[in-house]
Design a protein around this ligand. Structure first.
Ligand code: HEM
Ligand SMILES: *[C@@H]1O[C@H](CO)[C@@H](O)[C@H](O)[C@H]1NC(C)=O
Ligand SMILES: *[C@@H]1O[C@H](CO)[C@@H](O)[C@H](O)[C@H]1NC(C)=O
Ligand SMILES: *[C@@H]1O[C@H](CO)[C@@H](O)[C@H](O)[C@H]1NC(C)=O
Ligand SMILES: *[C@@H]1O[C@H](CO)[C@@H](O)[C@H](O)[C@H]1NC(C)=O
Length: 342
């Protein structure tokens, strides 16, 4: 009888189960992962991102930001990209993401291009990692080799995103603690914040510091006065929170201008400016403002380390980045055609 044989086999079965579980849950990441299964993968991603940035330069920044918001919430697993369903509230709805993250459609375009050259091979999680690297490289920043081989999550959690993603009000010491939970150092935090060298932020994210910093009824005193006048004009009290301003003085060029701006009290977000006002991070801000190569090196290190974050949960190669494969049939329905996220 089977049951008679089970006990002696149990350790072996457990071992095999463990190997299978770890193999599916946490694949080892490596450069050139698709070199045989899809040799055109990386050049295809680069081509689509390049076209998107010609169409709309800001889309590079918007796509790059997706890596941060994907990787910090249960690892770099494409969970961010899942649209919500009747029984799952996804990450797109969370406070830091709604009306803020954008260019999901660029990821869709990359996925479509990859599905036509190698169907079912390249994960959406890896697309985010490649596209982020490409956006930085195409903006004049460093280029680097990315590790690939991630799987896409089966689910997403709005609640996890709400609990994890930091507010623009956050200060340097809060961010140091947050990043340390991911084994990311103080240097990683400052270098990765240098991603704000490209892109824009909304008035919604800064009005509190313009008019009521920490509930004081006063503006943040660390904002340089001329810059504050400019921001006041852009974001008047009670004005449209969706109006956007540049995150640094050269918002289409990935360079160390962001750090020069911080040194001059011209950081856009509170979380940016406190990197200079707080002593624990000021040294790196000064260093990166004076040495762009040093910034680039630290940024690449940080992006690779952030890209290593994995959930250890089971995954798949999604056919469509917005929908888990088990729900693919719904793709053909009206719900899909009327998708609510741009
Ligand atoms: C350190 C903590 C961070 C905080 C508190 C933060 C917060 C923000 C906020 C509030 C915005 C503007 C959103 C809006 O107003 O709608 C923004 C934009 C942006 N963030 Fe971060 N961020 C952080 C780290 C990062 C990291 C690590 C990356 C990528 C590696 C990143 C990439 C970007 C980019 C590229 C934009 C501009 C996006 C666009 O123009 O669409 N951020 N961030
Ligand atoms: C930084 O932010 C944390 C969390 O909001 C807060 O508890 C702390 O008092 C702040 N630190 C300083 C020095 O403002
Ligand atoms: C951080 O590093 C420690 C020690 O190497 C490890 O146990 C832990 O799982 C790591 N945490 C993350 C989020 O990677
Ligand atoms: C400023 O913030 C504090 C605390 O959040 C609040 O009590 C106060 O009403 C705010 N003042 C203004 C002018 O909005
Ligand atoms: C920004 O626009 C969205 C969509 O049109 C709207 O729902 C939201 O309330 C606006 N947000 C702010 C802060 O004004």
């Amino acid at each position: 009888m089977l049951s008679h044989h089970l006990p002696p086999m149990l350790p072996l079965l457990l071992f095999i189960a463990h190997v299978i579980a770890t193999a599916t849950a946490e694949p080892p990441l490596r450069p050139g992962y698709y070199s045989e299964s899809c040799p055109q993968a990386e050049s295809t991603v680069r081509k689509v991102i390049k076209q998107a940035m010609i169409r709309e330069p800001r889309s590079g920044a918007s796509v790059m930001r997706l890596q941060f918001h994907d990787c910090f919430v249960n690892g770099c697993d494409g969970s961010l990209l899942l649209d919500d369903t009747p029984d799952m509230l996804g990450e797109k709805l969370s406070l830091s993401n709604i009306n803020s993250l954008r260019s999901y459609e660029v990821v869709d375009e990359v996925k479509e291009a990859l599905e036509s050259v190698c169907p079912g091979v390249v994960s959406c999680a890896d697309i985010i990692i490649m596209a982020s690297r490409d956006a930085v490289a195409l903006s004049g920043g460093p280029n680097w080799e990315v590790k690939l081989g991630r799987l896409d999550s089966l689910t997403a959690s709005q609640e996890d995103a709400d609990n994890i993603m930091p507010s623009p009000r956050a200060n340097s010491s809060y961010l140091i603690d947050l990043f340390s939970k991911y084994n990311l150092s103080v240097k990683d935090l400052v270098a990765l914040s240098g991603s704000h060298s490209i892109g824009k932020g909304r008035c919604f994210s800064i009005v509190f510091r313009l008019y009521n910093q920490s509930g004081s009824g006063r503006p943040d005193p660390t904002i340089e006065p001329k810059f504050r006048k400019k921001l006041d004009k852009l974001c008047p009290l009670g004005g449209d929170g969706n109006v956007t301003g540049d995150l640094d003085a050269t918002p289409q060029v990935f360079d160390n201008q962001y750090f020069k701006d911080l040194v001059n009290g011209r950081g856009f977000l509170n979380s940016d400016q406190t990197l200079f006002t707080f002593e624990q991070t000021r040294g790196y801000v000064k260093q990166f403002s004076a040495d762009q190569e040093e910034f680039f090196k630290a940024f690449v290190d940080g992006m690779v380390r952030m890209g290593d974050l994995q959930s250890g949960r089971p995954g798949e190669i999604r056919k469509n980045c917005r929908v888990a494969n088990s729900r693919q049939p719904e793709l053909m329905s009206d719900a899909w055609r009327k998708r609510k996220y741009m």
